[in-house]
Write a protein of this length. Structure first.
Lengths: 226, 176
């Protein structure tokens, strides 16, 4: 078995343990800023889990995202690319996923428990979640991009109607069924004083971009003298 | 005064500051927004205090044109600040960008301040995205005004939130 893919380790075959550690840590630091923004917006502490990295088969991604969140999951997504001058680009999808009820409670906190006009709640909730998602996801992706010394190209965040379709656009069309085709970095967040508010922030990458990412991580490690 | 202490500059609404020499810039934000741009290699920071989102302009910013009330508009201010860095050979991805202000953007009372705060933040985000800038930190929304202190030589921002009414808060400023 290759040292790059130790037995029992679901690591992507393109990243060795050190590269994976660095990537996870960059994500962790990038996320810190985004979570700080969320905490300031809702006026409460936000706890986050340690980041996880794994590769997933595209067809299972939607089910994997919803794992542990229960039924009725809503998502805000921001397609983005990290552009490395003369080297290419890494395409990704930044996602904020939470049970619908969590988004509802987050909206209440944003609104400081004011009540929206009758009949407008759902629309205003979606609007608020889009604005918050946009801030958080762009901040997270920006920090990742800056650490990797790339240029960021991020589209406006959208409410995800069809997660499977968005993920299909990200993964290469030729990826065979049953084969891993997406790499995912994820954290779970929750508000410690409100059990009903929890969710995920994820960064999903096309697996075929990992060789480029590996080169850039090696370059970063070289600059750090590792 | 200690010669190492940078001078203090108070930034009013509609003004912007380019830190050619080190300075400590202070400003108080309600629904207005401030965007700071800092270049680590040049050790130069710029900051604006804009009260309105954008305006239609039949003469797009070119060179170093300074038109009337430029500082009032988020889009005009940021483009002007970017032009300074471009003029000095800095690339966009080297800039550290932070966004503050937009108080009451999530206030459901549809008063002017809530609408203005939201428009300002949304305009800033749209511009940041369009110009492919790295937004590294934000502190927006909420019901408090913000006292910002920006150190132009280091890019550090200290932030203190006040109750609406602009009286100084007792909490110590937190770095951003």
């Amino acid at each position: 078995m290759s040292e790059l893919n130790p037995p029992g380790n679901p690591s992507a075959p393109e990243l060795n343990p050190l590269q994976q550690d660095v990537l996870v840590e960059l994500f962790n630091m990038s996320l810190g800023q985004a979570v700080s923004t969320l905490s300031d917006l809702v006026g409460e502490e936000v706890f986050v889990s340690l980041p996880e990295f794994r590769v997933v088969e595209r067809a299972r991604m939607t089910e994997v995202i919803a794992e542990g969140l229960g039924a009725g999951v809503d998502m805000v997504a921001m397609p983005c690319r990290l552009l490395f001058a003369g080297q290419g680009a890494v395409a990704g999808l930044a996602l904020l996923a939470a049970p619908r009820e969590s988004f509802r409670h987050l909206a209440d906190l944003l609104w400081n428990h004011q009540s929206p006009p009758a009949g407008e709640r759902e629309r205003m909730e979606q609007e608020a979640m889009l604005e918050v998602g946009d801030l958080l996801l762009y901040t997270c992706a920006s920090n990742m991009s800056q650490f990797l010394e790339s240029e960021i190209e991020g589209r406006a965040a959208v409410h995800v109607e069809n997660a499977a379709s968005m993920l299909r656009d990200l993964a290469p069309a030729w990826s065979p069924p049953g084969e891993p085709s997406l790499a995912e970095l994820r954290v779970r967040f929750h508000l410690p004083d409100r059990d009903e508010v929890q969710g995920l922030m994820l960064f999903v990458l096309e697996l075929s971009a990992l060789p480029l990412l590996r080169r850039e991580l090696n370059r970063l490690l070289g600059k750090l003298g590792v | 005064m200690d010669s190492r202490t940078p001078p203090l500059v108070n930034l009013e609404q509609g003004e912007l500051y380019i830190g050619i020499r080190p300075a400590e810039v202070r400003t108080v934000l309600g629904s207005c927004v401030s965007i700071t741009l800092y270049h680590p290699r040049l050790r130069v920071g710029t900051i604006c205090h804009s009260r309105l989102a954008e305006r239609a302009c039949d003469q797009p910013l070119c060179g170093l044109k300074i038109c009337r009330n430029l500082g009032d508009y988020v889009t005009c201010s940021v483009m002007f600040m970017l032009s300074y860095f471009e003029h000095h050979g800095a690339t966009r991805q080297e800039l550290v960008v932070k966004l503050f202000g937009g108080a009451n953007m999530f206030n459901l009372q549809k008063n002017d301040e809530a609408l203005i705060g939201r428009r300002n933040v949304n305009a800033a985000m749209a511009l940041i995205r369009r110009e492919r800038l790295h937004l590294l930190a934000t502190d927006v929304g909420g019901g408090a005004s913000r006292l910002l202190t920006f150190h132009t030589a280091t890019g550090e921002v200290l932030l203190k939130r006040n109750k609406i009414g602009l009286s100084p808060a007792s909490e110590p400023p937190s770095p951003s």
